[in-house]
Ligand binder design. Sequence first.
Ligand code: ADP
Ligand code: ADP
Length: 230
Amino acid sequence: SAVIEIKKLQKKYDDTIVLKDITEEVKSGEVICVVGPSGAGKSTFLRCLNLLEQPTSGKVLFEGTDLTTLDEKHINGLREKMGMVFQSFNLFPNMTVLENLKLAPKKVKNMSDEEATKTAKHLLERVGLLEKADVYPTSLSGGQQQRVAIARALAMSPEVMLFDEPTSALDPEMVGEVLKVMQDLAEEGMTMVVVTHEMGFAKSVANKIWFMADGYIQESADPDTFFSHP
Ligand code: ADP
Ligand code: ADP
């Protein structure tokens, strides 16, 4: 069943049309990799899915609810169900790793300190960073920071995870550890939309490739079909 439905989505900035009439859906448990040249609109598209960008026209339905008609308060409620990971890790530098993970569950979900700690530690273990719970993010490598950012998004128990070029800012030797965490997540059945230039990941982990160029999804195909093109 469709978790996200995108209907005739358009996004303009002034006179520039960045997204042109996109209609697609994301099904439960699907891993979709969005690929294509720089400037194609991939990042804008991803940001329209959780209304970080307001679409100019068209609809984005999350579990049947049209996000484009909701007020900010209700969007925030639904946004919690869509975890997002950015190119630049966006961790709070003045909080320890553990505090980074506990903040939203406590503040937004009113989780008890004890439960938030337990959840956070479990997630840090899952991304292989339990021993870093009490350090500050700046003392971590880029790859470690991005794994913390993924754990932090997961702390809200999202139903979908959106990734915007999660490995593009990393030194090459750290890309693998982040992709491994993402692959584990995919294998656990997480619904994921991943904007990426990592074609090896797209080929081996995605169920579907959306090739975006010039503001359109020009091709939607399974990886075997997509990567068998000449
Ligand atoms: P991609 O992620 O595929 O590289 P983007 O979504 O970042 O593409 O950008 C698509 C196009 O939209 C680019 O031409 C970019 O300059 C333009 N764009 C993105 N954000 C804005 C904005 N806030 N204002 C004006 N133009 C923008
Ligand atoms: P990324 O590599 O993460 O896609 P970009 O360089 O495309 O980053 O965009 C960084 C920020 O600048 C985004 O918030 C985007 O919306 C904004 N932006 C991109 N292109 C333009 C533009 N032509 N005019 C104004 N803002 C832009």
